[in-house]
Design a protein. Structure first.
Length: 103
């Protein structure tokens, strides 16, 4: 998974043609830590989708730009546009369904 910053967000996400799932997270967030292994497993299984992550403590400007108010938040971006947003922990099966519906 690609770590995103203000410097690489446009190139890695907005210029990407295929669906990109962006995980906004923090080390102190319990649900984020529970979600992390599920996202990592899906990134290995779903090679047609790009997975990236943003540490909200290190990239506060990105968090503000995308109005991230709660974490974990997953943004689904395709062709430079946000096509879906999930807030909170989800099961691996639910995440897979949400991703497949937009890939």
């Amino acid at each position: 998974m690609t770590n995103l910053t203000m410097d690489n967000f446009e190139a890695e996400v907005l210029n990407e043609k295929k669906l990109t799932v962006v995980d906004f997270w923090a080390t102190w967030c319990g649900p984020c830590m529970m979600l992390k292994p599920l996202i990592e497993a899906l990134s290995e299984e779903m090679t047609n989708v790009k997975f990236c992550k943003v540490n909200v403590d290190e990239e506060q400007e990105l968090s503000m730009q995308f109005r991230i108010e709660s974490i974990p938040t997953l943004l689904f971006v395709k062709d430079g546009k946000i096509v879906h947003k999930l807030v909170g922990f989800r099961s691996k099966d639910e995440l897979r369904r949400e991703i497949e519906a937009r890939a």
